[in-house]
Structure formats: C-alpha cells, structure tokens
Design a protein around this ligand. Sequence first.
Ligand SMILES: *Cc1c(COP(=O)(O)O)cnc(C)c1O
Length: 342
Amino acid sequence: MIDLRSDTITKPCNKMLDAMLKAKVGDDVYGEDPTVKQLENLVADYFGMDKAMFFPSGTMANQTAIKLHTNPGDQVITHDYSHVYNYEGGGASFNSGVSFKLLKGEKGIFSSEQLLDAINPKEFYHAPLSKLVSLENTTNKGGGSCWNVNDFDKINKVCNKNNLGLHMDGARIWNSLIVKNDDPKLYGKFFDTMSVCLSKGLGCPIGSVLVGSEEFLNNALRIRKILGGAMRQVGYLAAAGLYAIENNIERLKEDHRRAKELANHFSNKEFVDNINDVETNIIIIDLVNSSKKKKLIEYFTKQKVFFDWHSMGPKKIRLVTHLNYIENNHKNLLEIVDNCMV
Ligand SMILES: *Cc1c(COP(=O)(O)O)cnc(C)c1O
C-alpha cells in the first residue's frame, strides 16, 4: 500500500519511540514537565522568539493565536486558500467571533500592496476592525509554495504601520526552510506568533508548537486551557518532537525530490490539465475534467495507492510525499503512474 493522502499519516520509527519511552516527564499543567520545557525552549530559540508552547494540534495552535490577537467582531486578513479559513471547521468564528477578509494571489501567496488595500480604515466604524494578518508557509492549498523573506519584511512593515498583528501558520515551515535555506531566527523579527507542526513532515505522532513574543504568549496559557489543550505528562510526546527536530529536518529534501519526480511522471498524461510548480512535498494536479476522477480513483485504488481525491476541489487531486514514503515505494509508484492509461 502507498498512501500519499497527507504527510500526517506517518508512524514513529523505533528510535523515536525509544526517545519517547525514555522521556523524563511531569505534570505540564503545573509547568513541571522537563521534556516539554526543553522542547519549548528549543523551538523558541530556533526561531529567534521569546517563548513557545506545546499544543496537541496545529488547529488549536492557530485558533489560540487568532484569539490572542483579536476581539469578537474584529477581522482577520488572510488568503482565500488558507487553512485557518477553509479547514479549521469555522473555528475562528466559533472561538474568537471574528470574520475574514480573503485575498487572492498565485499559489496561496499575496503581496503587501494587496494587504494594504484590504485594511479597513479604522475611523470607518461600519466595517469590521482589521486586526490580524495570517499567512501560511508553505501554502497547503497553494501546492506547498514557499514565501520569500523579502515579502515577510514588506508585510511586517504594513502591519506595524497599521497596528495589525502578524501570524504565520507554519504547519510546513520546515519544508520551506529546507528549500529557501533561510535562517529561521529571522522569522522572529517579522512575526508576532507562528504555529509550527511536528506531526507532518517531521513525522511525530502528535504535536504543534506556538512560538511568539512574550507579549502574546503570556496569555496563551489561559486560552490553551480554555480550549482543552492543557495536558499532563505530555513530555512523552514532546520527546518525539525533540527527536524529530534533531533527525528529520534535513531528510525533507528526499520528500521534495520524490514529489518533483512524481509531478514529472504525471505531467504528460492526457487527464492532466495542469500541475503546480512543485517546490516542496505537495503535488496538486488539475484534471481536464472532473469525470476523470472516478476512473483514476478506480485505477489507483486497485493498485493500493491512495491520494487526497477530494479536499482540494472537484477537479483537483493532491499528493503529499512524506517520511514513510520510501525509495522502493517511489519506484513502484512511478511505474504505476507510467502505466496509467485513464
Ligand atoms: C495540517 C495543517 C494545520 C493544522 O492541522 P492539525 O491537523 O490540526 O495539526 C494548519 N495549517 C495547515 C496549512 C495545515 O496543513
């Protein structure tokens, strides 16, 4: 079986499990888990930020960030493709009572000019108060695209001038860092808060971390408690994160290479209208028409190959390479793709 539905489907290797078993733990609700502390300090330092906090999911970390930045009635400016808007169950309205203003832009990326135009003038009290900008790196629905640090700088300046918070949904930040070779500490200069995920490319079973400035993170403890995310001997999970940061970042290059090769093998197929320019581990294929999808599902399912057939829209499919998709899986799949005559 080959499962490329998502990079979340990975299972921990024995060494990671071993690190988890050996973790020193305590009750993290009392702030007494040394392994959680170690992970939080490491991640804060890694990104050049003041503080970090461990979360059970990326969604909860993002939702906490939105709550920290906004009051009910405020508006969040983000891309039309963004996870916080599309894939968090409407949580921003439920948890924070905010609305979104959605920006367009290639591959899930927008410009500082677009942002400037989108800000509601403060004195125009008929419109919601623009309060937070949230961007995604890499972009999920945008096909794993990476932002340029220059754009962060420009967007950060617009935010500062207009009193807007700046949050990054960095679920796949590690993939971007590998491709762009950016110094992660730079990010601390531009963002007030960032959520980073341990359970995608890095292969942990659970976990995200919210990093940010002291000003914002000091209140995060209360919000996480309210959302039900205060956990007890959670050092067992933080230990997986420590192992992953140490061992699983560099190897993302392999995921990126395999994704590019897969995209190449799909590119001359009759059923393909367009494929995103693959930068990281996500391949989004636009089909010539939605009726091809059924036949493709049949063909690949018969070969025990699974893609994300539905979440990106009726004419799109998504493939995501990951830690458990190894070289012989890859060789097999390339052959299966080459033989596909749908
Ligand atoms: C996966 C993902 C998240 C968070 O997902 P969880 O399943 O809640 O950990 C957030 N943003 C993006 C872009 C994602 O891909």
